[in-house]
Design a protein around this ligand. Structure first.
Ligand code: WQD
Length: 337
């Protein structure tokens, strides 16, 4: 028996694979390697002592997904597979709607055919749009500011109505806040293609000397130091949240949603100062104009995950900054030699 991790070779997928294997939960990874490297599999084995089965497949390819279920006893799915670049989604909306919706629907249809009823979905705080923090699971959703966010919102609606129609289906929606960091071994980590869009991978490329400085997008927000405030969560805490979620799905039916955040907001300058301090290095930066679509303050109320899933984030901002640096320090070219 195994849990299928679609997109399992990616940043959050690979950390989730490590957490599951370390907990004695067998996994099968499926990835088309559009945004992942096959080399992560050897790293997962080096960390856990177990090399998970991995199938190179696109989750929009129904025959390929069918083959995975025919050849493995899949007892649940954690669905990471999907495109996730906000900016690209604005430039290529049809690519995002086609890929993200098609892959989710394909996996759900094959699951139903094989009697697999547990589905954990990689959703995002972006479904809240511009709502006042702290964000709870009952905060209004649906004012998404980009096609990527709309795909997450639409898939949440698909899953809620699928559960209404199928009393055996058990779905957990996990709304991530801002995942950063890496496994403390420094052997796996965030490995974006090209110039990073997100803050921490950009910071680490400045620190490793690939980029000259960090551009801080605005210092005139209504926040303590004027820079954007976000709820950064260690990717290993996020991975542990998926383990709690699939276990919850084993004992419940219906659709349940959880915020996975720390409940604490830190500014861009907090990240810069903490990263510099814990890693003892200077980080050159300049103040740049605001990035269109950015919000001032986003952070979670994580109480529901604590009381219902028995999960809380445990790693500190120091841990997140130290582990974020450890990965590129040991792997300046990511998974490429
Ligand atoms: C964080 C803060 C920026 C880069 C996005 C997606 C969201 C989720 C997480 C998938 C903001 C500032 C950033 C830089 C900067 N992804 N920043 N200079 O925008 O909160 O969320 O990633 O689910 O869906 O929207 O994350 O890391 O891009 O930005 O000043 O070079 O850092 O303005 O305040 P964001 P981010």
């Amino acid at each position: 028996m195994a849990i299928l991790l679609t997109g399992g070779a990616g940043y959050i997928g690979s950390h989730t694979a490590v957490a599951f294997l370390d907990a004695g939960v067998d996994v099968v990874l499926a990835d088309n390697f559009d945004n992942a490297s096959p080399k992560v599999l050897d790293r997962i084995e080096a960390i856990t002592g177990k090399k998970p089965k991995c199938v190179r497949a696109d989750m929009c390819d129904k025959q390929a997904v069918e083959k995975i279920f025919a050849e493995n006893e899949i007892t649940g799915v954690v669905h990471f597979a999907g495109y996730k670049a906000v900016g690209e989604s604005c430039r290529k909306p049809l690519k995002y709607y086609r890929n993200n919706l098609d892959s989710a629907l394909t996996v759900l249809e094959v699951m139903k055919k094989h009697g697999c009823t547990r589905f954990v979905f990689s959703s995002s705080a972006t479904v809240y749009g511009d709502q006042p923090a702290p964000l709870t699971e009952s905060t209004h959703t649906g004012d998404c500011s980009n096609p990527y966010g709309w795909t997450k919102y639409m898939i949440e609606q698909i899953l809620k109505t699928a559960c209404d129609a199928d009393p055996d289906l058990s779905v957990v929606l996990l709304r991530y806040f801002n995942p950063i960091g890496a496994h403390p071994s420094g052997m796996i980590g965030d490995n974006p293609n090209g110039i990073p869009n997100n803050l921490m991978p950009y910071v680490t490329q400045v620190a490793v000397g690939k980029l000259p400085r960090l551009n801080i997008f605005g210092d005139d927000y209504d926040t303590p130091d004027g820079t954007g405030v976000r709820d950064y969560i260690h990717v290993c805490d996020l991975a542990d949240g998926h383990l709690a979620a699939i276990r919850y799905a084993e004992n419940h039916v219906g659709c349940e949603v959880f915020n996975l955040g720390t409940g604490v907001g830190y500014s861009v300058l907090d990240i810069v100062k903490t990263f510099s301090r814990v890693n003892n290095l200077d980080l050159p930066y300049a103040i740049a104009p605001r990035r269109p679509g950015d919000l001032a303050t986003v952070y979670a109320d994580p109480k529901k995950a604590e009381t219902v899933l028995g999960w809380t984030a445990k790693r500190t901002l120091d841990d997140m900054c130290r582990d974020s640096w450890n990965w590129p320090k040991q792997n300046p070219n990511g998974y490429e030699e």
